[in-house]
Design a protein around this ligand. Sequence first.
Ligand SMILES: *[C@@H]1O[C@H](CO)[C@@H](O)[C@H](O)[C@H]1NC(C)=O
Ligand SMILES: *[C@@H]1O[C@H](CO)[C@@H](O)[C@H](O)[C@H]1NC(C)=O
Ligand SMILES: *[C@@H]1O[C@H](CO)[C@@H](O)[C@H](O)[C@H]1NC(C)=O
Ligand SMILES: *[C@@H]1O[C@H](CO)[C@@H](O)[C@H](O)[C@H]1NC(C)=O
Length: 367
Amino acid sequence: MQSPTAAAAAASSTPAKSPESPLLRRLPVPLVFLLLIVLSVTFIYRVAAPISPSGRTRQWNRTFPFVLPADDQPDAVDLEKEEVRLAGVLQASAMEDRTVILTTLNAAWASNGTIIDLFLESFRIGNGTRSLLDHLVIIAFDKKAYLRCVAIHHHCFALATEGVDFSVQENFMTDGYLKMMWRRIDFLRIVLEMGYNFIFTDADIMWFRSPLPRFFSDGDFQIACDQFYGDPLDRNNRPNGGFNFVKSNNRTIEFYKFWYSSRLKNPGFHDQDVLNIIKHDPFIDKIGLQMRFLSTRFFGGICQPSRDFNEVCTMHANCCIGLRRKINDLGVMLEDWRSYMALPPALKLSKPLVWRVPQKCSFAPLN
Ligand SMILES: *[C@@H]1O[C@H](CO)[C@@H](O)[C@H](O)[C@H]1NC(C)=O
Ligand SMILES: *[C@@H]1O[C@H](CO)[C@@H](O)[C@H](O)[C@H]1NC(C)=O
Ligand SMILES: *[C@@H]1O[C@H](CO)[C@@H](O)[C@H](O)[C@H]1NC(C)=O
Ligand SMILES: *[C@@H]1O[C@H](CO)[C@@H](O)[C@H](O)[C@H]1NC(C)=O
């Protein structure tokens, strides 16, 4: 089964001919929402435009959502279609309580034998995680990532335009990389506005158990940490933007708007750096956002591994620069998990296993 966006990609050469989805008629599309989309489209265009590799003619077209040429008046019909595509993917993948699992993918992480395969593999060998794949939407930033997604997964959504090249690995941690990260924040706000809660996960996070039982029932915005100091309410914890659970409500929508707009006051910073600044802002308490930091006991990573294999939900290849290093250490994590699962129940409890990572992962510069 393919997601509705598969049709979107297939229609790339004949965009006008795709039949009107019945969803369009079923969905009330308030004018206010459309205006919001128009605004964000204009905004995202500005953000995304400079990424196009210099010297290459930009080929703008409307195959992919949320990016339109600035000199082209976006008309309501196209925007409705993009919204309907997104609504369709979210509806098809959501859990009963309207929670979706979202990850983003670019070409570098999409190739065969790389991050995305390890990511999906973890769901298959994790305990009770395989069925969560039904609720996972892969947000593709470029065509290669999108095509790989539809080849290996049911729920795919394209969030880029052809001609804007997000796929170049050299972009990592550069200007283009920053823009991609910020774009993600703005996109997630739209998901919240559509009424969906989400678990956002980077694809370099291995899922070994369902995180759902570990979330706080009274938290609006819950985020994993590179360094967790013991108190889920302590804002001095070092959050990692790669894994968070966000409920859709007015507070979180306001918060995502605030977060996104704060990039203007902090130019050149990653969304995570800006989060570390704004988490102390009085605005958070003013809107009443309930922020919770998740313990590395359940949501571990290379910075601070989860100590107990009997409790771990996820392991992140954080504190790691370089694709090759990440792939190596994620592979080691999968092996470690397999060894644990192969132990007889008594030994699982009595034999304390230790993650054999980091092996290659580090912050050392790449040569
Ligand atoms: C991916 O790579 C593996 C080995 O590296 C190969 O066996 C497999 O057929 C490849 N899959 C695709 C879809 O290319
Ligand atoms: C796997 O999940 C089942 C059902 O929740 C549980 O009974 C079992 O103990 C779990 N196994 C491990 C190794 O966590
Ligand atoms: C979309 O852009 C691609 C190049 O990136 C081009 O080949 C294709 O013809 C365009 N499609 C439309 C409908 O303009
Ligand atoms: C947001 O607030 C408005 C009024 O302030 C309310 O009508 C609406 O139901 C709220 N939405 C959510 C998702 O809580």
